[in-house]
Design a protein around this ligand. Structure first.
Ligand code: 4NP
Length: 158
């Protein structure tokens, strides 16, 4: 199985959204037996908490249920266990590199690399902004999720 981990700061807004979006896409494309999916945060602020109500509501409007997810903190072993470690922004990327076992740095990538048409490096942190930020985050994540799945299918030949 190919293992994919989405990582943001708190694991209550962007990375659970990415987990939910990617899970639905993987199921629609009938790849769920081949791809494992999880999310985590670089910080410990929201361990055990469900996703932010604004993230849940924005995702629910697109038919995605984030309510079962719970926050957890990313650890070094995650980078051993997961094949693709997707950082939502450059700060998350730097924080992941800081806990990365030597030789596994190549597994950590900026998620927006998989939506090259957008020309953006970061999924913006919607936590301190208005509700509209969550829709914009969903648009970006849906596009990068499609790019990531296409890349995985091509690389792993399924
Ligand atoms: P996330 O958003 O990294 O997308 O889950 C944030 C959630 C919480 C905080 C920052 C960003 N916080 O500072 O508590």
């Amino acid at each position: 199985m190919v293992q994919v981990l989405f990582v943001c700061l708190g694991n209550i807004c962007r990375s659970p959204t990415a987990e939910g979006v990617f899970r639905r896409l993987v199921e629609r494309e009938q790849c769920h037996a081949l791809i494992g999916i999880d999310s985590a945060g670089t910080h410990d602020y929201h361990i055990g908490e469900p996703p932010d109500p604004r993230a849940q509501q924005a995702a629910a409007q697109r038919g995605i249920d984030l309510s079962p997810l719970r926050g957890r903190q990313a650890v070094s072993e995650d980078i051993e266990r997961f094949d693709y470690v997707m950082a939502m922004d450059r700060e998350n990327y730097a924080n992941l590199l800081a806990i990365c076992p030597v030789g596994l740095e190549h597994k950590i990538r900026l998620f927006m690399e998989y939506a090259p048409g957008r020309g953006e490096q970061d999924v913006p942190d919607p936590y301190f902004g208005g509700a509209g930020g969550f829709d914009r985050v969903l648009d970006m994540i849906e596009e990068a999720a499609a790019g990531l799945l296409a890349d995985i299918r091509e690389r792993h030949d399924f």
